[in-house]
Design a protein around this ligand. Structure first.
Ligand SMILES: Nc1ncnc2c1ncn2[C@@H]1O[C@H](COP(=O)(O)OP(=O)(O)OP(=O)(O)O)[C@@H](O)[C@H]1O
Ligand SMILES: [Mg+2]
Length: 325
């Protein structure tokens, strides 16, 4: 659905409802005129056969005008339902479109990371292997040093590939769970320097449905990366609280803050998808998302996600009587 087409449909619906409302007003005016006419004929003192016939016709017309008003009323209600439905369809479409765009953006980044990292490193490795080959053929002693360089390059590329794989889908999420995976991620990030990162886990730590763990990991990952990239902060605090029904994650920095409204309004134009993506993930899981930031005074991102998936929660509600035995 192109935006142009959807605007044409919006206009058509608006025109339709306006015509209906006009017709309804005309019918109502007609009805009022009939009522007035009837009042003046019934207040007269003499009644002739002709006026009786005229009154009968007028009352028939009044009835059909009243029926017309009822019909138009019903049509307006139907139309309003169509509008409500259409708005829902549009909203779902745009949410879907945003998700697809955000996914495309994520793939594009991975492709660029592989292109700039391991792909170039491999090309370099081939080049160095060729040098080694020549040195070996010539029986030159530098071969040992060159081989050592080659090994280092392979090791570094392996580490880079592992990092990309970890960012794509940390395997430890399935094996160890959310909190240890976050610890590993945050430790790695801290090793690269920058603000000090503190991570606190509270509540009853437990395994959550994988969709929720992945979502929370991605949200915290993006929020911390944002704080590192944009905030010029000294400190980043990450808190994960395992409540009985709700899991709450907060990422807080003491950096420069930003104008949330402006950034959210211009998300598409700026080609920034991080915050948008966080919000989508939280909404899909029936959670709550808030950004508290002011220019000059740090940022706090807070998400609250029900510990059960929406479908599981619905199942639980209709899950019948608890057993008394
Ligand atoms: N913790 C923060 N401190 C200061 N500014 C922030 C912070 N988080 C986000 N921002 C501002 O909000 C903007 C939007 O963030 P978002 O994560 O959506 O996009 P991005 O980080 O610029 O790009 P992307 O996440 O798509 O790589 C950022 O460009 C930055 O200006
Ligand atoms: Mg970002």
């Amino acid at each position: 659905m192109e935006r142009g087409k959807s605007a044409v449909l919006d206009d058509l619906i608006k025109q339709g409802i306006n015509s209906l409302l006009e017709a309804k007003a005309m019918a109502a005016a007609l009805l009022a005129a009939f009522a007035e006419n009837r009042a003046s004929t019934t207040t007269g003192t003499t009644t002739t056969t002709a006026t009786t016939a005229a009154t009968a016709t007028a009352s028939e017309q009044r009835r059909s005008a009243a029926a017309l008003v009822d019909k138009l009323d019903a049509a307006v209600v139907d139309f309003e339902r169509v509008i409500g439905h259409w708005e829902g369809v549009k909203e779902r479409y745009y949410v879907g479109e945003r998700i697809i765009r955000a996914q495309e953006e994520a793939w594009r980044r991975v492709a660029r990371e592989i292109h700039d990292g391991p792909a170039q490193a491999l090309a370099n490795i081939v080049l160095r292997a060729e040098i080694c080959e020549k040195l070996m053929a010539a029986g030159r002693p530098e071969i040992t040093q060159e081989m050592e360089q080659l090994k280092l390059l392979v090791k570094e590329s392996l580490r880079e590939v592992r990092r990309i794989i970890f960012n794509l889908r940390p395997m430890t999420l399935d094996d160890l769970g959310l909190a240890p995976t976050l610890t590993k991620f945050l430790d790695n990030l801290q090793e690269q320097g920058g603000p000090s990162i503190n991570f606190v886990v509270s509540g009853q730590e437990r395994q959550l449905p994988s969709t929720i763990e992945v979502a929370l990991f991605r949200i915290i990952q993006e929020a911390v990366q944002n704080a590192k990239k944009h905030a010029q902060a000294n400190r980043i605090d990450v808190h994960l609280d395992y409540g009985p029904e709700v899991i709450t994650a907060t990422v807080k920095d003491d950096g420069i803050g930003f104008n949330v409204d402006e950034v959210q309004r211009e998300g598409y134009k700026r080609q920034s998808f991080g915050l948008m993506n966080m919000r989508e993930r939280v909404e899909l899981l029936d959670g709550e998302f808030s950004i508290n930031s002011k220019e000059g005074s740090g940022t706090e991102i807070k998400v609250m996600i029900p510990a059960l998936l929406p479908a599981e929660a619905a199942e639980g509600e209709g899950g019948g009587e608890p057993s008394s035995r």
